[in-house]
Design a protein around this ligand. Structure first.
Ligand code: SF4
Length: 418
């Protein structure tokens, strides 16, 4: 019998929560888009949806588990350590279901948790320190950590066991990367978080004595928030294993792994490489699929613009936005209300942490709009964005095509329910 205070597999309530999940997250217009080959022409607007978009398997599971937990413990105080996923709509719905966040923003912290309560752990996982603190409470823990995140944890733990420092391509402040780094420490290992190729180059030069090499103090200052306590580059970069936050840009992760492998070879010689360097691509398949799909959509080449939908703090969404910008003007928005008018849109440009409002985002006349959504974006939000654009252009929202169209064409209209 499993630990009654630690739940990973749900409560067998899928049937009971199905309707609520449908109401909260489903979109009929997205279903239609999908059924019709990911293209939909209405009026003089053609929407083209990336073939992989929106909720991934990990987010699906986390949201299901959270809803099941609410249903199973209707009278209990229910907490979640921080955002279950990086999507404002999903987190708002959880608040409406009575879930409290333990990130301190609403005044709740781990200190408030009692043995009578239930705490949900998010899809990104939590640090080993947070988990230990929660376990001392004697409360029920519902762990929604994604299997792909746990796969990264297995890698870094193995590195630590084998005496390699984990070099994690990720964002040091991201919940997932913090949790992964904490796993490396558990077994007495060390870690270093590199955000991009520029930071990786500093690390490589420090290994080889190249032009950007840093001494211990300067290195500690540069990587202050992304390295393990007592990190000594002279010692802890002698043997490294590369891993990544599951939602990074996969091409960049692979390049960083190559850079580090080359630096180790330059410093120690090719014969030493197997002993001093390891790398596993731990980008999850859902992230990879969404990145591949936006490449496929973008290379079709005739999009007037691309709308990328997802939380502004969603790592995988920001990478989709970066990729989209190579093909057409790309606007990363977190929901339909960011589309202010036919002329104005509020969005977050890639590389910026601030939102801006741009003019002239939607060309007049016939237009082809690419759409994609991050792994934490519900279909409902995607559908609402489509509806918002149609409304602004005065195209009736109750029209969708019927039969499958010829390739590249829209179809005949038919009323839909929503
Ligand atoms: S993006 Fe990948 S790692 Fe993150 S929850 Fe989804 S499937 Fe899991």
């Amino acid at each position: 019998m499993g630990d009654p205070l630690y739940v990973q597999k749900g409560f067998g309530l899928k049937a009971q929560i199905r309707e609520l999940l449908q109401d909260d997250y489903h979109s009929q217009i997205v279903d239609v888009l999908r059924e019709r080959g990911f293209r939909l022409r209405l009026g003089d607007i053609e929407f083209r949806l990336a073939r992989e978009f929106g909720f991934c398997y990990g987010v699906d599971r986390a949201v299901d588990l959270a809803y099941e937990t609410r249903r199973h413990f209707p009278g209990k105080t229910l907490y979640i350590t921080n955002e279950i996923i990086h999507n404002p709509y999903v987190n708002k719905r959880l608040v409406e279901l009575g879930v409290r966040f333990l990130d301190g923003e609403d005044g709740y912290t781990i200190d408030d948790v009692t043995a009578d309560d239930v705490v949900i752990l998010p899809a990104f996982g939590v640090t080993t320190t947070q988990l230990a603190a929660l376990r001392t409470k004697g409360c029920v823990l519902v762990d929604t950590t994604c299997g792909s995140v746990m796969n990264v944890w297995r890698r870094v733990k193995q590195y630590a066991r084998d005496g390699l420092t984990s070099v994690i391509h990720g964002k040091y402040a991201h919940e997932e990367t913090k949790a992964t780094a904490s796993q490396a420490l558990e077994l007495g290992g060390h870690y270093l978080v590199v955000r991009d190729k520029d930071e990786a180059q500093v690390v490589c030069d420090t290994i080889t004595g190249g032009p950007m090499a840093l001494g211990r103090e300067a290195f500690a200052a540069k990587f202050e928030r992304g390295s393990s306590p007592g990190f000594d580059p002279a010692q802890h970069l002698e043997r490294v294993g590369v891993a990544n936050q599951t939602t990074m840009l996969s091409t960049e992760s692979l390049e960083i792994a190559d850079m580090l492998g080359k630096a180790i070879t330059d410093r120690w010689g090719a014969d030493e490489l197997p002993r001093r360097f390891r790398s596993f691509d731990t980008i999850c398949s859902a992230t990879q699929d969404r990145q591949d799909a936006i490449l496929e959509l973008g290379t079709q080449g005739d999009l007037d613009l691309i709308i990328v939908i997802g939380g502004y703090n969603s790592s995988n969404t920001t990478h989709l936005a970066a990729m989209s910008g190579r093909f057409a003007p790309a606007y990363h928005i977190d929901g339909p209300d960011q589309i202010v008018s036919l002329e104005r849109i509020t969005h977050q440009p890639y590389g910026s942490k601030a939102r801006v409002t741009s003019e002239g985002w939607l060309p007049p006349g016939p237009v082809t709009i690419g759409l994609t959504a991050g792994a934490s974006t519900p279909n409902r939000t995607v559908g609402e964005v489509v509806t918002r654009i149609l409304e602004l252009r005065g195209v009736a929202c109750d029209l969708v095509p019927t039969a499958a169209p010829a390739p590249g064409k829209g179809g005949e209209p038919l009323p839909i329910v929503r």
